[in-house]
Design a protein around this ligand. Structure first.
Ligand SMILES: [Zn+2]
Length: 259
């Protein structure tokens, strides 16, 4: 599908598609992804505020919530909008301890045996681990409230972020978790799980707020209107030194999450 046609389809049919597949709430409609993955919600007034709600939380699932979360629906919209490849394999599924039980993970069908699919999956998984232009590590994961990504036998979690991509234990023949299933190995879909901040759209990817640690004091008042030359979220000015302060994990994670 051509770019022009795709964009037209999105502009004209986002609400229709959403009503058919995503069952959006009214609030979901204000999410307007930008024209590249680095831009989200560009029409929202930029405001300075502190402290930032973006964290590197990792939160396990504890119950079945009965449905999907708004932020996770928006995450799926973001994938559909920006990559033009892949399809929804579902968000909610009551099968603890999976995050799907709380409706805050999306399975996005792409198959590594298809080169175009694999490229899209590689791109998606790389994007959500990106730093921002200020050098804040895992900035996109923080902004979208992403706590784990599993794709093609690799896993990244916010809890063990400094280790980068790791071999997913399901793919390790020496692991008790080993499975030969391509789905279990995540070779036919990307799994992206959110913490509750992301699932509740409290992080900056969804609010459109920009958080500036180095701005003049007057601009730090919550809700004060600021000006950014580029509303893209890659242009945030987050002080890398603030990283450690925002890394709050709710538990020590041992072993890989079963998704
Ligand atoms: Zn999944």
């Amino acid at each position: 599908m051509g770019r022009r046609r795709r964009l037209g389809m999105v502009a004209a049919g986002m609400a229709v598609a959403a009503s058919l597949q995503l069952a959006p709430t009214a609030l979901a409609d204000h999410i307007k992804p930008g024209y590249n993955p680095g831009q989200v919600n560009p029409d929202v007034t930029q405001r300075w505020a502190s402290p930032s709600p973006d964290n590197r939380h990792w939160q396990s699932a504890a119950r079945c919530t009965g449905g999907e979360q708004a932020g996770t629906r928006n995450l799926l919209q973001f994938l559909n909008y920006h990559w033009g490849r892949g399809e929804n394999w579902g968000i909610y599924n009551c099968r603890l301890p999976s995050l799907h039980s709380e409706g805050r993970a999306v399975d996005f069908h792409l198959d590594v045996s298809d080169p175009t699919d694999k490229a899209a999956g590689d791109s998606i998984s790389a994007f959500f681990r990106r730093s921002d232009s200020g050098g804040a590590r895992w900035a996109m994961a923080r902004r979208f409230g992403i706590q784990e990504i599993i794709w093609n036998c690799r896993i990244w979690t916010a809890a063990r972020a400094p280790e980068g991509w790791r071999l997913y234990s399901v793919c390790d023949p020496n692991s008790s978790s080993y499975s030969s299933s391509r789905t279990a190995q995540h070779k036919d879909h990307v799994h992206i799980g959110q913490n509750w901040q992301g699932a509740n759209r409290a992080t900056t990817a969804w609010t459109g707020y920009h958080y500036c640690y180095q701005c003049p004091t007057a601009q730090l008042a919550v809700g004060a209107v600021g000006v950014l030359g580029d509303p893209g979220i890659s242009e945030e000015m987050i002080d890398p030194a603030a990283d450690a302060e925002t890394d709050v994990l709710n538990e020590t994670v041992t072993g890989d999450p079963v998704e």
